[in-house]
Design a protein around this ligand. Structure first.
Ligand code: FES
Length: 255
């Protein structure tokens, strides 16, 4: 059984409970009382359902517009996850909100390194000026199409808005996407073939299933050079270059 309780001031609403219960419906709650004498429960059932915490939290966020304390309590109760752990998961991810929603739609704009370089900060200002509820977000995984936008909508499917023609997304394109509920279609790397590409220069050129093809197009040359340089010089080069963000969190790569 959970070891800590929030003592949520308000229980989950029926809509919140329904959303969470639907998200785990394929497995059902850990504890099922079939009759007074027959109860299915136990550690094995709890372990088997552990992976459902995130889907349950996503369902709660979508239904209620936030991770309400009562909703989180309910998710932890039906999955028998200690609320301290549930709270840790819910507060780790940026896309979960912990205050009652101030708008039906929240426009998340990535202001991480790649998107910042192509106008994310100006776009955030423009969207706010047009009345959108905007949150600056860490990387949304659309780095090649920045500034990346994801509109989180209460009670409806989220919408992804991304640049497709090389130019940044405009506030009016965001408004159209929110109104229509249609995400920008998925595309391959839009800069494929651009001679200015460095890291992605082999996109669409090399057969990704062939190491030989990769080598033919210069693959592993940097590795050979690094081995020849030795560890200390490689670390010095990377540190001097100021490279950051290779792990997605913009930490310095060379230390
Ligand atoms: S840096 Fe913006 S989506 Fe990755």
């Amino acid at each position: 059984m959970p070891d800590l309780y929030f003592g949520a001031a308000a229980d989950a609403t029926e809509a919140e409970k329904a959303a969470i219960d639907e998200a785990i419906a394929g497995w059902g709650p850990v504890t099922v009382r079939v009759s007074e004498r027959l109860v299915h429960a136990g550690l094995t059932r709890a372990r088997e359902r552990r992976h459902l915490l995130l889907p349950a939290l996503h369902a709660l966020q979508r239904a209620a517009g936030w991770i309400s304390p009562g909703g989180l309590d309910h998710a932890c109760r039906v999955l028998e996850v200690p609320p301290a752990e549930g709270y840790g998961v819910a507060t780790f991810y940026h896309l979960f909100t912990h205050e009652p929603p101030v708008a039906t739609d929240t426009v998340h704009v990535c202001d991480d390194v790649a998107c910042r370089l192509v106008g994310a900060i100006d776009l955030i200002d423009d969207l706010r000026a047009e009345g959108h509820h905007v949150k600056a977000s860490p990387c949304l995984g659309q780095c090649e199409r920045g500034p990346a936008i994801m509109v989180q909508r209460t009670g409806r499917s989220d919408v992804t808005v991304a640049a497709v023609d090389g130019g940044p997304v405009t506030p009016s394109e965001v408004a159209v996407a929110v109104g229509s509920g249609a995400s920008t279609p998925s595309v391959t790397v839009p800069q494929a073939g651009d001679p200015g590409l460095r890291l992605l220069s082999r996109i669409g050129v090399v057969d990704p299933t062939s190491l030989e093809d990769y080598r033919t197009h210069g693959g592993y040359l940097a590795l050979d050079a690094s081995v020849a340089m030795g560890g200390d010089r490689v670390i010095a080069e990377v540190t001097t270059a100021g490279l950051s963000g290779r792990g997605g969190a913009a930490f310095p790569t060379g230390i």
